[in-house]
Every structure is written in structure tokens, then in C-alpha cells.
Design a protein around this ligand. Structure first.
Ligand code: 4GY
Length: 253
């Protein structure tokens, strides 16, 4: 996959993309990330990229010409991109499903806005998808772009080793992850659940499934509507509901 990122602050990305799994993914050639400074397409001695908003109001708006030139020039550097993505709170909320869709593409261009926003006409003409990483406002689209790129790259086949596999994980079946433990067996008086030391593979699988269901029910009940649930899952959830209604918290948590 080829990823291009248009930003006024390319330096923000260097550490995040060079370390760990993202660094390895690039070294192995599975993904190539190109960073571009939008200011390189600004004109004049001062390379101005922003201007005051029509209609008044606080702050500055990214002016259309340099940004549009940048998007067009970068898009023409290789095969046409599958998507030109703007990160903004006005976008569709990013999800594991959206990450999986993007992981199948050959070429993605990310546009990072700054200041109070981007001239709407650039979005109309050149942006194919607007994504939000959540309902809060950041100072720019750089951190959201890192979030989306990270979530997408780890889903590209071959990026994760078998011990890091992305298959068996949170959201994959629409449930939260079960709790994880490693050595020592007792730490600061807290013991690892006995079943995990038992070696009974089937019992361990069952315990983990029930922990996922319990956690999802308690912390993110909204996810249960979309989750893939078996008849056993539904029975277990019914058991939890009945028992919690009787005031039996400690039995579960
Ligand atoms: N939340 N999800 C977000 C954001 C900053 C003004 C456009 C978000 O994706 N992006 O808060 N972005 C704004 C700042 C210009 C980007």
C-alpha cells in the first residue's frame, strides 16, 4: 500500500512511523508512507497557507489554492488514489470496520487540516471521504491521521507476526477483549484467575468468551446489538442480567 500524508507539520510523524510495527511494515516494503509539506505548494516569499474567514469570526481558515495544488500534485505522483481522506470532527466516525475497508486499498491520501478549518470548496472538489476519530476537537488532523494509519496498517496481511495476530481480537467479533495476565501468578496479592493456570483449553476458551461478554455488557452494552452472538452467549448474558437484577454484583465482578 502507498500512503501519502499532506500536512503543515511533517515532523510530527517521524517517530510514530519509524518505530515498532509501523517501522517494520515499511522496512519490509508492505507499505510506503510519503510525507508532504502543504507549504511547499504555497506561493510568494511568505508561503501563506491560511486566511481570515469570510463572514468574520475567530481564527484562520486554510486557503484553497495551496491545499488543492498539493492534493492534485501528490495524487499525480502515482496511480490515482483510492481515497483522499480529510480528518475532521465533521467526518464519519472511524471504526474497526472502516479500518478493514481501507486496509484493502492500494493507495490512500490523507489531508491534515489545521487552524479553524479548511475552505469547504476544497472538500467539495477533492476530498472523497471525511473521517473523525471521535467527538472532540484537536489542534490539527495530524494525530487523527496517525490513528487511522496505525489501525489500517496493522490489518495489512503480513504486517503482524503470527504472535501479534489481529484475528482474535477486540471488535473482531464486535465484543470487548477479555482480561489478559502474564507472570507472576500472584502480584501484590492479586492472583491470576485459576482457570488460566489449569491447562484446560476448552475451559479457558469458555472463560475468555464469558469475560468478553460480561465486560461488553457492563462497559459497552451498545456493542451487543451488533455483535455476533451464539445461543450459549445469549444464555450467559441472560444469566448475568437476572443475577445483577437480584443484586448479585460480586458474583460477576
Ligand atoms: N476529532 N477527528 C479531528 C480533529 C482537528 C481544524 C480540521 C477529530 O478527526 N479529526 O479534531 N481535527 C481539526 C482542526 C481543521 C481538523
Amino acid at each position: 500500500m502507498r500512503i501519502d500524508i499532506l500536512t503543515l507539520f511533517p515532523g510530527m510523524f517521524s517517530g510514530v512511523f519509524s518505530e515498532s510495527i509501523l517501522g517494520r511494515a515499511q522496512e519490509s516494503g508492505l507499505v510506503k508512507i510519503w510525507l508532504h509539506n502543504i507549504r511547499d505548494w504555497a506561493e510568494g516569499k511568505h508561503k501563506v497557507v491560511d486566511d481570515t474567514p469570510y463572514g468574520g469570526g475567530p481564527g484562520m481558515v486554510m486557503k484553497p489554492e495551496p491545499l488543492a495544488q498539493a492534493i492534485r500534485a501528490v495524487s499525480a505522483m502515482a496511480e490515482p488514489p483510492d481515497e483522499v481522506i480529510l480528518l475532521s470532527p465533521q467526518g464519519e466516525v472511524f471504526s474497526q470496520k472502516a479500518a478493514a475497508d481501507l486496509a484493502c486499498k492500494k493507495r490512500l491520501v490523507f489531508v491534515c487540516g489545521h487552524y479553524e478549518g479548511v475552505d469547504e470548496r476544497v472538500i467539495t472538489r477533492l476530498i472523497t471521504k471525511e473521517l473523525s476519530i471521535g467527538d472532540y476537537v484537536l489542534t490539527g488532523g495530524e494525530i487523527p491521521a496517525m490513528v487511522v494509519v496505525d489501525a489500517v496498517i496493522r490489518l495489512i496481511p503480513g504486517v503482524l507476526g503470527s504472535s501479534e495476530s489481529a484475528l482474535d481480537e477486540s471488535f473482531q467479533q464486535g465484543l470487548l477483549e477479555y482480561p489478559q495476565y502474564t507472570r507472576p501468578a500472584v502480584w501484590e496479592g492479586l492472583a491470576v484467575p485459576e482457570v488460566l493456570l489449569s491447562g484446560h483449553h476448552a475451559e479457558i476458551e469458555r472463560w475468555r468468551r464469558e469475560q468478553s461478554l460480561l465486560r461488553t455488557y457492563l462497559r459497552r452494552p451498545d456493542l451487543l446489538d451488533q455483535a455476533e452472538l451464539t445461543t450459549d452467549d445469549r444464555k450467559f448474558l441472560e444469566q448475568i442480567k437476572v443475577s445483577l437484577a437480584k443484586g448479585g454484583e460480586s458474583e460477576w465482578i
